[in-house]
Design a protein around this ligand. Structure first.
Ligand SMILES: [Zn+2]
Length: 229
C-alpha cells in the first residue's frame, strides 16, 4: 500500500471527511490442529469494491470472506485471522462476518479498527454481534499503526511518524468502543470458549475473556465440521 494512502485512510481522527473507502490489512495464520504447529502466514490488503451495479459492490470485509473461500483449507487446519481496518465494520458486514464466525469455529478473528464507523443506525449492535460471535475488537494504537506501516506499507524504509493526537484519539475511540461493548450482553448467540488447560471446548455463558496475542493457540474444531473452503 502506498504510504500516502495509508496515512490518509488510517488517520484516526473521527472528524475526517471524504474517507468513503474502508481499507483492510489482513493476516491469516494457519495452524495444524493435530500437531499444534504453524503452517504459514498469508497477508494482504483489500478495500471496498465499487461497481455501478449495486449487486456487485462489495465492502472490504465481505471481499475478505470471498478470498477466504479461495484458500481451500482442509479439515484439521485452524485459522487465526487479524484485521487492521480503517473503519470498523458497518452493521451489514458485522452481521455477515458474525454469521461466518458462528459457522466456522476453526476461524478466530481479532479486529483492530482505526476509527468507529458510526454513520449507519445499528452500528453498536453490529459491533456487539461480532463480539458475541467470538471476535475480539480493539482500537488501533501507535503500536498497531507502526506495525501496519512496517508490514503492509511501501514505506521506503522511512520510520513511522505518529501524527498529532494519535494516542489521544485512539484512547477516546477505545473508550467509546468499550462503552458500546459494555452496554448489553446478548444471550441469543453465546460464543464458545477454549480452555487450553483442559483441552476441551466449553460453552461460555459469557464472551471469552480478552486474550493477548501470545495466548492465542489453535483450538480443536468442534464437530460437526463446517468447511465451506
Ligand atoms: Zn460494510
Amino acid at each position: 500500500m502506498d504510504h500516502r494512502i495509508f496515512i490518509y485512510h488510517f488517520k484516526n481522527d473521527q472528524s475526517v471527511r471524504g474517507r468513503h473507502m474502508t481499507y483492510l490489512c489482513y493476516e491469516v495464520q494457519l495452524f495444524d490442529v493435530r500437531f499444534r504447529v504453524p503452517l504459514g502466514m498469508i497477508r494482504g490488503v483489500l478495500h471496498n469494491q465499487h461497481h455501478p451495479d449495486p449487486q456487485r459492490r462489495c465492502h472490504a470485509e465481505l471481499c475478505f470472506l470471498i478470498r477466504m473461500s479461495s484458500l481451500r483449507l482442509y479439515p484439521g487446519q485452524w485459522c487465526q485471522v487479524t484485521w487492521f481496518l480503517s473503519w470498523s465494520p458497518c452493521p451489514r458486514c458485522a452481521s455477515k462476518v458474525s454469521d461466518f464466525l458462528r459457522s466456522n469455529r476453526h476461524v478466530s478473528l481479532r479486529i483492530f479498527a482505526a476509527r468507529l464507523h458510526t454513520y449507519h443506525a445499528g452500528y453498536e449492535e453490529g459491533l456487539r454481534s461480532l463480539r458475541d460471535a467470538g471476535a475480539q475488537l480493539s482500537i488501533m494504537t501507535a503500536k498497531e499503526f507502526e506495525y501496519c506501516w512496517r508490514v503492509f506499507v511501501d514505506n521506503h524504509s522511512w520510520p513511522f511518524r505518529p501524527w498529532n493526537m494519535l494516542e489521544k484519539s485512539s484512547q477516546a475511540i477505545s473508550e467509546r468502543l468499550q462503552s458500546i461493548l459494555r452496554e448489553k450482553i446478548s444471550f441469543f448467540h453465546q460464543p464458545t470458549c477454549y480452555q487450553p488447560s483442559f483441552g476441551v471446548f466449553s460453552p461460555g455463558r459469557f464472551p471469552c475473556p480478552p486474550q493477548t496475542a501470545s495466548s492465542w493457540f489453535p483450538a480443536p474444531p468442534r464437530g460437526p465440521q463446517h468447511h465451506p473452503f
